[in-house]
Write a protein that binds this ligand. Structure first.
Ligand SMILES: C[C@](O)(CO)[C@H](O)COP(=O)(O)OP(=O)(O)OC[C@H]1O[C@@H](n2ccc(N)nc2=O)[C@H](O)[C@@H]1O
Ligand SMILES: Nc1ncnc2c1ncn2[C@@H]1O[C@H](COP(=O)(O)OP(=O)(O)OP(=O)(O)O)[C@@H](O)[C@H]1O
Length: 288
């Protein structure tokens, strides 16, 4: 049997870090939402008992380092599955970009194998398993819009933000999430108002969402890579209502509500940035 699953990217509308924990992770409080830029994950039953990753992207590992491989391995071990699977991943989400591409591939693999192998697990159960793979995986299991706390694995669902265009611009550098967290100087950052962002989303107040968008990790990545700060400025200058780095970066996203302004922001950025995308906020959860 063969199953096709969509793996959408996320952006962080607000990202705060509260403190470093004894286990080395950071306690976060952030608002995440899905956008309609997605990888395609195709799962095919194999007769032999192996996990095979097929990806034609040179930045994506095709062995046990791939997060989708780790998702399949976990399910096989936990539920003593003696079937194999080929996981073909067509990447559309840029790699190491702050958009949770690998995490979303892993989450899509969990949702897909749950069906393919008839495991009957709930999304809550899949999210719990996903937390063993990475901090962003539980959110990606559900999709939608949520406040994530803990190290990112505790998910509280909130309604979708009002509709908007999202312009993404990714400079040609990759950023290591671990390195960004390691270099964070918490005593000197401006903490975003995450509760205010949640209220603004619930009120569907687009102006307030734009005013409250913030990400403490910008303090690290913008310093390490000044081109990210430049893109952020250009995005605003070309007419985005707000521009912010997503996750640990380096992708910068801009929100644009009016169609009339979309083309100007998109074309303006294309002038000096190779990877630019215009997508929509989805903000709605996956079905079981
Ligand atoms: C930046 C975000 O993408 C925002 O959504 C996430 O916080 C990162 O999530 P992720 O990429 O799934 O992160 P993980 O794979 O769990 O962790 C990668 C590394 O980032 C650091 N890390 C991650 C999450 C967290 N809350 N605190 C951390 O300090 C740790 O050094 C960890 O070894
Ligand atoms: N399925 C996958 N797709 C992309 N990268 C993967 C995958 N599996 C493992 N990786 C590895 O993970 C690294 C980070 O890739 P990813 O695209 O998930 O980063 P990211 O978007 O910054 O993640 P996050 O926003 O969750 O921090 C890559 O450099 C790659 O080596």
């Amino acid at each position: 049997m063969r199953l096709l699953v969509k793996a959408p990217a996320k952006i962080n509308l607000s990202l705060d870090v509260l403190h470093k924990r004894p286990d080395g992770y950071h306690e976060v409080k952030m608002v995440m939402t899905t956008i309609d830029l997605a990888d395609r994950v195709e799962l095919t039953d194999l007769y032999c008992d192996t996990i095979q990753i097929i990806s034609h992207n040179r930045f994506v590992p095709d062995d046990e380092r791939n997060l989708a491989y780790q998702a399949a391995k976990l399910l096989k071990e936990k539920f003593r599955i003696r079937r194999g699977v080929a996981i073909a991943i067509t990447k559309h989400i840029p790699v190491a970009a702050g958009l949770a591409g690998g995490s979303s591939d892993a989450a899509a693999t969990l949702r897909g194998l749950n069906k393919l192998w008839g495991l009957g697990l709930s999304l809550d159960e899949l999210a719990e398993i996903g937390a063993e793979i990475g901090s962003d995986v539980p959110f990606c299991v559900y999709g939608g819009t949520a406040v994530a706390t803990g190290r990112g694995e505790k998910i509280e669902h909130i309604p979708a933000p009002p509709p908007s265009w999202v312009i993404l611009a990714k400079p040609t550098i990759g950023v290591s999430t671990a390195e960004v967290y390691r270099n964070l100087q918490l005593q000197s950052v401006n903490h975003p108002d995450v509760d205010g962002m949640v209220a603004a989303i619930k009120e569907k107040n687009y102006e307030k969402i734009c005013a409250l968008a913030g990400n403490v990790l910008e303090s690290v990545t913008l310093n390490m890579h000044p081109e990210v700060a430049q893109i952020k400025e250009q995005m605003k200058r070309f007419g985005a209502d707000v521009s912010l780095m997503s996750g640990s970066g380096p992708t910068v996203f801009g929100l644009v509500q009016h169609d009339s302004r979309l083309q100007r922001v998109y074309n303006g950025l294309r002038g000096f940035c190779e990877h630019v995308y215009a997508v929509r906020l989805i903000g709605e959860r996956h079905e079981q």
